[in-house]
Design a protein around this ligand. Structure first.
Ligand SMILES: [Zn+2]
Length: 233
């Protein structure tokens, strides 16, 4: 089985040509938008996908991940007359800070969104907090989607492999598993160096890299990128 996931963009923060990293995931009969950076809302409007989203998962609070979230919320509320949409945060820090940001931008957040911790919402989505592992001041999380058919892990931005991936018992208990991981082709503290994920490939765990410019990839790259297989075109 291949997960039903389409990326609206797969670039790093400044790889505008590839769009901000964000995905539409069809999982257990619901459509999740994962992140909503500044290139995402126009893309959703152009593709007529704004009303198809059932819930939004936010990995962290940089502009390339939430930069058009309020535009999306306003559009659904005022133009489409839709009820508040569920927004799932994977860590308490993301939830409280995102609420503050949206409150400053939009006033009464609850008119537009039901913002909650993924673990307190009913459904197949679990937050894996990674606070501080992307940037010291930044709350962040990965997300794990679970179903009878398997598991999908979406890393968000993080300077190392998501910690649970490095626990053999966790890996064994979560099969089959598909991994979509942020990567960098340079060693930086904020994103995962691509070679640090090769151990997953060696264990036969399907893993794809995103949040990068594929034209900067080394010629011997072994990690498949979402740009070729999963980019919505
Ligand atoms: Zn970031």
């Amino acid at each position: 089985m291949q997960p039903e996931i389409r990326f609206l963009g797969a670039g790093g923060a400044h790889d505008i040509r590839w769009g901000n990293s964000a995905a539409l995931l069809r999982w257990s009969d619901k459509t999740y938008l994962i992140d909503c950076g500044f290139t995402v809302y126009p893309r959703l409007v152009a593709e007529n996908l704004l009303e198809a989203i059932d819930a939004i998962c936010i990995t962290h609070l940089h502009d390339d991940h939430i930069g058009s979230l309020s535009a999306l919320l306003y559009h659904r509320h005022f133009r489409c007359n839709m009820p508040p949409i569920t927004i799932l945060a994977g860590s308490e820090g993301v939830r409280t800070k995102l609420h503050t940001i949206l409150h400053f931008l939009m006033g009464e957040v609850e008119r537009f969104a039901d913002l909650r911790l993924a673990d307190q919402a009913e459904g197949p989505v679990v937050g894996l907090p990674t606070d501080g592992l992307h940037m010291p001041h930044m709350p962040s999380s990965a997300f794990l989607f679970q179903s009878a058919a398997g598991y999908l892990l979406y890393s968000g931005d993080i300077g190392c492999p998501v910690p649970c991936l490095q626990e053999p018992d966790w890996l064994k208990a979560h099969q089959p598993l598909w991994v979509f991981h942020d990567i960098s082709f340079q060693r930086v503290p904020t994103h995962c160096y691509f070679e640090a994920l090769y151990f997953l490939l060696e264990q036969g765990i399907p893993t794809w890299g995103y949040h990068c410019d594929p034209e900067a990839a080394p010629p011997d790259l072994r990690l498949p990128l979402v740009h070729t297989e999963f980019l919505l075109s």
